[in-house]
Design a protein around this ligand. Structure first.
Ligand code: MLT
Length: 257
């Protein structure tokens, strides 16, 4: 049994759960919490080992989705929820959709993709695991930062790079290594996409280098009725880089527009 995930909540109304990417914590959703709490009960968990959630040995993308299911039980949430995830959070949201389809009211998949890692990506994960264990989280932050933000944010918002780096550096090396194992070993989510039967929004930053728009186009095309929103002048962390445009896309979708 997993320990309950640490989480932060804001607002009242239909439940919206937002799952963070790698290697961050719930605080990456701050702009969305502020914007959506006017209409929703926004719940943002910390994944195992991140933020204030304890590390769980051998956690997987599927077990993290089960931990979110368990969190909803512990919070006595009985109605179906809107579930969103960015990148790694999106992998977990897709796993949740496979495992707990009746608990979903709608799905938001941001800057993410459905295929599993290929051999080259698995090798790269193993190199990053060795880096995390050998050199610590600052070295991981250094290696990841150039691809996390799009060209617009890199040129115009140096303070955002500092904020993103700080969020990565405060996560422990052991937690980063464990998450890299979960990412490396995640299943291919593609075969389950056709069975997703709830309204789905796929969002991507047009400058996303980690999960480029082509991957989101394929993801949206494979989910019946899914809507695709491309956020101009945003990279992989579209929710932080262009928070107003990202929030507007969420509000349009969750408001039924
Ligand atoms: C993330 O942003 O969560 C990661 O980049 C996902 C990944 O590396 O596959």
């Amino acid at each position: 049994m997993n320990p309950t995930l640490h989480n932060v909540q804001l607002g009242d109304g239909p439940v919206l759960v937002l799952v963070h990417g790698f290697p961050f914590d719930h605080s990456m959703w701050q702009p969305q919490m502020e914007a959506l709490a006017a209409t929703h009960r926004v719940i943002v968990p910390d994944l195992p080992g991140f933020g204030d959630s304890p590390l769980v040995d051998g956690w997987t993308i599927d077990s993290a989705a089960a931990a979110i299911n368990q969190l909803l039980d512990s919070l006595h949430v009985s109605e179906p929820v809107a579930l969103g995830g960015l990148s790694m959070g999106g992998y977990i949201a897709m796993s949740f959709a496979r495992q707990f389809p009746r608990r979903l009211a709608s799905l938001i998949l941001a800057d993410t993709k459905s295929p599993a890692d290929d051999a080259a990506a698995r090798d790269a994960r193993n190199a990053m695991i060795a880096k995390a264990r050998g050199e610590g989280s600052a070295a991981i932050a250094q290696a990841m930062l150039p691809k996390l933000l799009g060209a617009t944010a890199k040129a115009g918002h140096p303070e955002l790079a500092d904020r993103v780096r700080a969020m990565m550096v405060k996560q422990s090396a052991a937690s980063i290594a464990a998450a890299l194992e979960a990412l490396r070993d995640r299943p291919d989510a593609t075969p389950g996409l056709a069975a997703i039967a709830v309204p789905t929004l796929v969002i991507v930053g047009e400058e996303d280098e980690i999960t480029p728009p082509k991957m989101s186009e394929a993801l949206a095309a494979a989910i019946p009725g899914a809507k695709l929103e491309v956020i101009p002048k945003a990279g992989h962390l579209a929710n932080l880089e262009q928070k107003q445009a990202f929030n507007a896309a969420l509000i349009r979708f969750l408001g039924g527009g």
